[in-house]
Design a protein around this ligand. Sequence first.
Ligand SMILES: [Cu+2]
Length: 175
Amino acid sequence: MKNLNKGIIAGLTIAVIGIIATISLGGTMSGHIGIASAATQKTFYIATVHLDGITSIYGTSEHPPEPYPTTSMLPSGGGFVIKKIDDKGGWKVRQYMFAPSQIVVHQGDQVTLNFVDVQGPEHMITVDGIAPEFDIHRGEMKTINFTADQVGTINYWCSMHEPNMRGEIVVLPRT
Ligand SMILES: [Cu+2]
């Protein structure tokens, strides 16, 4: 009986060691995958969007009365638009932008950028050093593929909505 117990305990001990070894190996393997420097495929969808601030000089159920700005410091270039007061006292300010406007990849990654025109009838987009200027219309998607072979920053922008419809791809060193 005592021998039988010893046998069971020995068996359990071996089983526990086996489980620990498996967990350790698994941990090591996943750790190795995390450190591995293999380049990966990264795909992004970059939407063209605009933010609208809509208000009224008389106020609405959602906003208190807001006077029309007498001096606008908004830069020219099409990226910001301020609409005149309409016949009901309403007015709005708009900002065009990319979403996302910052992307992070690692050196060597294969990068796919899918530009999708969600808002705005047309945009003229350049990806610096990667894609010369191309146009895109609402509902269209244009795809750019490249390898992020140099550490640094790659800018993308829309020439119709300067100076703020811009973004950057940050290429980090692979460690
Ligand atoms: Cu644009």
